[in-house]
Design a protein. Structure first.
Length: 254
């Protein structure tokens, strides 16, 4: 993992990002971009999922996963099972776990029938297989997953704050409660998932989340953190002016 600060960042940006306790994980499935963000000084882990892989036209799941883990060995990466029955999920989880020592196995909180993953979490965590329980949206789900985790196995609980917000519900109370519920379990980390804007990084920090996933498209905006708003306003005005000028817009005025 690269340690040098980006030359593209202003000193104020670096100062702000350096103060963050929440860990930023890059979320995506483009291999070249994953390699790029892996070397970024503020990215401390990576995640992906079948939907992102489909969007990136990944045809061979295992080949892709093994290639990523062969290239990235010193930060956590989450890969998800994709079966809908827990028996096959378990077989897939154990198989993916053999790909690398830094892999977290993503398990959905339920299958498509709404059946809870608790027994599977109990079995895998009791064998110290690192997990990432994903797609949680409610405090009840968070509580049930925490209770299902056995021993001191490293477990990430991914709460989809962005999707919660999409419904018109403020995710902050849920995220704060999730952090409180996991406070007595140092092996469990709460992850703010489905980020929609850079502000979410600072909301996750405020809520006490240990991790936030940020899509590659948002990570490209990190250099804006701490940008002077008056300067940003002027740049916006100039952009509108230049776009109208270049396009050749005209109005006939009296």
């Amino acid at each position: 993992m690269a340690n040098q600060k980006s030359d593209l960042f202003f000193p104020k940006t670096i100062a702000i990002l350096d103060q963050l306790k929440v860990k930023i994980f890059a979320d995506g499935a483009d291999f070249k971009e994953m390699m790029y963000w892996y070397q970024h000084p503020y990215v401390r882990g990576l995640t992906t999922n079948p939907s992102l892989m489909r969007a990136a036209s990944i045809a061979n799941y295992e080949e892709f996963g093994r290639n990523v883990l062969a290239a990235i060995k010193n930060c956590p990466i989450s890969f998800e099972v994709f079966s809908d029955d827990f028996f096959t999920m378990e077989k897939q989880a154990r198989h993916i776990a053999t790909w690398g020592s830094n892999v977290n196995i993503k398990i959905p909180v339920t299958n498509t029938k709404g059946e809870f993953c608790g027994k599977l979490v109990e079995r895998l965590s009791s064998e110290n297989i690192p997990l990432n329980i994903t797609a949680l949206h409610t405090c009840e789900q968070i509580d049930r997953v925490i209770k299902a985790v056995k021993g001191s196995c490293p477990v990430i609980i991914s709460v989809f704050a962005g999707r919660i917000a999409d419904t018109g519900v403020d995710p902050m109370p849920i995220m704060r409660e999730a952090v409180k519920m996991a406070a007595g379990r140092p092996n469990i980390e709460i992850l703010w998932a489905s980020s929609r804007e850079l502000l979410n990084i600072f909301q996750a920090e405020e809520a006490g989340c240990q991790i936030i996933t940020v899509p590659h498209s948002l990570l490209k905006k990190l250099s804006l953190v701490g940008k002077d708003l008056e300067t940003y306003s002027l740049e916006t005005v100039k952009q509108f002016y230049e776009d109208a000028r270049i396009t050749g817009y005209e109005l006939v005025t009296a």
